[in-house]
Design a protein around this ligand. Sequence first.
Ligand code: DON
Length: 302
Amino acid sequence: MQTLLRTIYDDVKPLVGQGKVADYIPALASVNPHQFGIAIYSNQGELFQIGDADVPFSIQSISKVFSLTLAIKHYGEDMWQRVGREPSGLPFNSLVQLEYEHGIPRNPFINAGAIVVSDMNQSRFASPHYAMREFVRRLSGNPDLKTDQVVADSEYEFRHRNAAMAYLMQSYGNFENSVEEVLKSYFSNCALRMSCVDLAKAFNFLANKGYCSISNEQIISEQETRQVNALMATSGMYDEAGSFAFQVGLPGKSGVGGGIVAIVPNRFSICVWSPALNKVGNSSAGVAALESMTKQIGWSVY
Ligand code: DON
């Protein structure tokens, strides 16, 4: 496996830095685009890593999987009355469907969907972001995970589009808490800093029928695990979900910090990271690395 990682790393290295680092807030725009890391964690607890796999970065939309998991644990099937399960085929921050579809977001991985999931967690926890961070610390076995307050504050300052979605959902009755408080929790979740190693470990329960062997807990049921993987496969890569399924063939979730997590069910959880993004907001080198990996080993859920 280590030899394979080296081959992929060398193959993809020339692409590192191609594309554009997220620049919608200054705190993300200043990240060095020439970083690249990969980590793979097996269901047997073996860790393989290469490059900048220990460097923490802003997990951004990857956090949407953690908040969804927390909501599923509490609400189960009921949560699907407030958020759909269909791919949107539109950019992650698009507003248009939300009005046509009466304030019910298409899926939990577009921003509107993740904000409504954050509203569910807000109803349940006194400090939803701390609850989420504690949960992720347990999943990854890293008690030192930190929230980047500069990123969280800056996202809140430039919140207008996300706030518009939240207020629109509120106007349709699909919101229970203060929009501003929910946005703060949502942005704090996005601003969590984790490395490829942390993320590969934290996502292993999705490769392992819902069981986290790091904290020794059944996180969600086997069926719920399949459902989360299905949502990642259909909506985890935004309007690139189709070509990602075509080229990589694994459930995946990206974030504008340049991280991508992918799941090989019953075997491995993977995280790749490189901050320069393609035009839909997914890491260019990250997608290329996953494509090269699955081609060489023939991993695919299809
Ligand atoms: O809400 C936002 O726009 C960001 N905090 C998260 C966006 C994100 O990572 C979308 N992903 N690719």
